[in-house]
Design a protein. Sequence first.
Length: 102
Amino acid sequence: MEHDIHTHLYDIVQSCQNIRAFTRNIDHQTYTDNLLIKSAVERQFIIIGEALNHIKRLDVMVYNQIGYAEQIISFRNILVHGYDIISDQLVWQVVKPISQNL
């Protein structure tokens, strides 16, 4: 079943809030040492990228208003298909702005 754009936008916001909750009050070392947190955060990034893919297909004008959408989708693709090249440092560099801006 295809969702509407509002549902996908909600999913993006919810995933960002989840990332923030998962990483609240932890540092990079704690993130690196905790497989459960790393897996949960990466899953949320995958959801964000997938939601953006759906938005792009449904309404390109809305999609074009979302900053860094292509980079976010590319990051999702790396998480899914290039899992062997993902570093904790790279993911953490993306996590920190989300944690600080919500």
